[in-house]
Write a protein that binds this ligand. Sequence first.
Ligand SMILES: NC(=O)C1=CN([C@@H]2O[C@H](COP(=O)(O)OP(=O)(O)OC[C@H]3O[C@@H](n4cnc5c(N)ncnc54)[C@H](O)[C@@H]3O)[C@@H](O)[C@H]2O)C=CC1
Ligand SMILES: O=C([O-])CC(=O)C(=O)O
Length: 330
Amino acid sequence: MKEPITVSITGAAGQIGYALLFRIASGALFGPDQPVKLRLIEIEPALPTLEGVVMELDDCAFPLLREIVPTADLNEGFRGTNWALLVGSVPRKGGMERGDLLGINGKIFTGQGQAIAKNAASDVRTLVVGNPCNTNALICASNADGVPKDRFFAMTRLDENRAKSQLAKKSGTHHSEVTNLCIWGNHSATQYPDFTNAKIGGKPATEVISDHAWLKGDFITTVQQRGAAIIKARGASSAASAANAAIDTVMSLVNPTPAGDWHSVAVYSDGSHYGIAKGIMASMPIRTVTNGTWEVIDGVPVDEFSQGKIDATINELLEERDAVKDLIPA
Ligand SMILES: NC(=O)C1=CN([C@@H]2O[C@H](COP(=O)(O)OP(=O)(O)OC[C@H]3O[C@@H](n4cnc5c(N)ncnc54)[C@H](O)[C@@H]3O)[C@@H](O)[C@H]2O)C=CC1
Ligand SMILES: O=C([O-])CC(=O)C(=O)O
């Protein structure tokens, strides 16, 4: 039997937590022969609800689940963790942008970054889901002294999955046929779902879909506004699809990327790719080399239309960084 992987999940009693924990515990994330330990972090007032979730996990009698630690203590919650999934934070309501949450949620990620640095396993990797996830991840990484920046990620996979689904619907194909879909920049209304490099059944999406006005218009805005559309329809922000995207993200970072393809996740920009400024968490085309090593895929063509869109979303990330400079140690 393999050594268990320890996964810490913040906001474990929330909507996304409820859709996420059971899949991890069942083996859907790391595979059917990989035991897992769960450390579930919540704020004090949510501990009674979390207790109910723990009771349900117990009642599943998952063969791979080795330990459950529910806690409001960050040191306890991140002790020995291999994967920290930072979901816990306030979701937006209708009429808000995700960036409006920065004032409420940003400060959560200073203490969490410090606690990860102090307590986690030496191979820890951190995925931030809580919004605005790019800048929260930057705050977290900046406060996790000693943990390499390339171990921090922010989730844009839900956007990638949404974009693939839209392209598949429009072209009458199955979404598994859609590859090379990069989300650039911020998980926000400025994100750029790059159709110019996407492929459908191995052919350029721009050849398969002749309606280029749709690609440049409704396709982009549908993906950019999908989170808001779900809040409007459901009265609550996306949860099951967000949990699913978190699983997809970790799987894509653990398993080598199929040759010729890439996946979208926001990573710490070192300033050496696509002219994207150093020191922000920006989504780019990423290839996982081995479990633990990844690289930005360089040389993906960026035409003038795409460049304008990328510039807009990167500028927004720079503005968000400015707004939280007090939370980022020099
Ligand atoms: N990156 C992405 O693609 C997506 C991000 N999100 C974001 O994920 C976050 C969570 O969403 P939901 O689960 O729907 O919200 P929710 O309100 O159902 O659950 C959030 C949970 O976090 C807990 N929490 C709050 N502050 C905490 C802290 N300091 N430490 C630990 N736990 C804390 C709350 O007690 C609550 O149980 C939101 O910020 C939401 O906007 C949602 C969908 C997609
Ligand atoms: O839109 C929101 O606030 C929740 C979210 O991030 C998404 O569904 O993409």
